[in-house]
Design a protein around this ligand. Structure first.
Ligand SMILES: *[C@@H]1O[C@H](CO)[C@@H](O)[C@H](O)[C@H]1NC(C)=O
Ligand SMILES: *[C@@H]1O[C@H](CO)[C@@H](O)[C@H](O)[C@H]1NC(C)=O
Ligand SMILES: *[C@@H]1O[C@H](CO)[C@@H](O)[C@H](O)[C@H]1NC(C)=O
Length: 255
């Protein structure tokens, strides 16, 4: 249920808001909800988030990360970016904070459990941020926004559980824009035979007995207006000697 809160406040562009709402994709409008924060003493995110980003998940986006409940979507939501702003005019800034989903979780009817860093950043200033923290759970509104990783290409992180050549598991880091990765194909680079992969858990894709040789990973992003399936084909392959823990630059980025 998207409410065009900001527009209601200013009333003037009411007609625009109305027509967007009728289109049922009020994509720039905010949804009302609630947010809490991780009760740990750590300022940043958690290293044990369900997306399995590990230490990367704690520090990604400057530590402005979050667990999501419905928006986690069995791992499809991992890496998605949302603008979240609290609604208490006394404490809350208009911009709020932009977070990246790294974990799954709910508490007290929340859509987000933010890192403390992100939660206090919703405040007008440091004092207001501290006041927000003392409230614990606050009313918020949120909307999906594009992720932005200037000077990064989409990067394949070979998961620690991988074991060349028996088991190939990986994550896709630094995808810009506001589309989900709907599907991934793994292709061997000799005959270009491809197979569709399964999302294993969290942000991890995996396949047992991967093809020998260098590997090409193709991604299909959701959100094509016309429902067309367009595969993003990175210029860089993953070399034959891929190793657990390694990062490989895909050589491509999306907006
Ligand atoms: C490519 O095809 C040839 C002939 O069918 C086969 O021998 C070879 O193993 C294939 N290469 C890969 C990497 O699957
Ligand atoms: C993998 O192979 C490339 C050449 O294809 C080489 O430059 C690189 O050092 C190798 N990496 C490892 C970890 O063996
Ligand atoms: C991203 O990929 C492009 C094209 O392959 C390459 O020229 C560029 O150096 C890469 N950028 C980074 C930050 O690795």
């Amino acid at each position: 249920m998207a409410l065009c809160t900001k527009m209601f406040l200013f009333l003037l562009p009411f007609l625009l808001c109305h027509s967007m709402a009728r289109a049922d994709t009020c994509s720039d409008c905010f949804t009302q909800s609630r947010a809490a924060y991780y009760p740990n003493s750590d300022q940043q995110g958690t290293e044990s988030g369900a997306c399995e980003y590990g230490a990367f998940g704690a520090t990604l986006n400057g530590g402005d990360v979050s667990a999501a409940s419905n928006l986690y979507k069995n791992g499809v939501g991992c890496g998605a970016c949302y603008q979240v702003r609290c609604t208490n005019a006394k404490y809350c800034s208009n911009n709020g904070v932009t977070i990246v989903i790294t974990d799954s979780g709910a508490s007290d009817n929340t859509d987000f459990i933010l890192s403390q860093h992100a939660f206090s950043k919703m405040g007008l200033n440091a004092d207001a941020g501290a006041s927000l923290l003392s409230l614990g759970v606050v009313g918020i509104e949120y909307r999906r926004v594009s992720c932005s990783y200037p000077s990064k290409n989409i990067t394949f992180k070979i998961d620690q559980s991988s074991n060349n050549p028996y088991y190939f598991a990986f994550q896709i880091w630094y995808q810009q824009g506001n589309n989900d990765i709907a599907a991934v194909q793994l292709c061997e680079t000799e005959n270009l035979t491809c197979k569709l992969l399964e999302r294993s858990h969290g942000a991890v894709w995996a396949v047992a007995s991967p093809p020998r040789g260098a590997l090409s990973l193709r991604m299909m992003l959701s959100g094509g207006d016309d429902g067309d399936e367009t595969w993003l084909v990175p210029p860089n392959d993953i070399p034959q000697n891929w190793t657990a823990g390694a990062l490989y630059d895909s050589g491509i980025q999306v907006q």
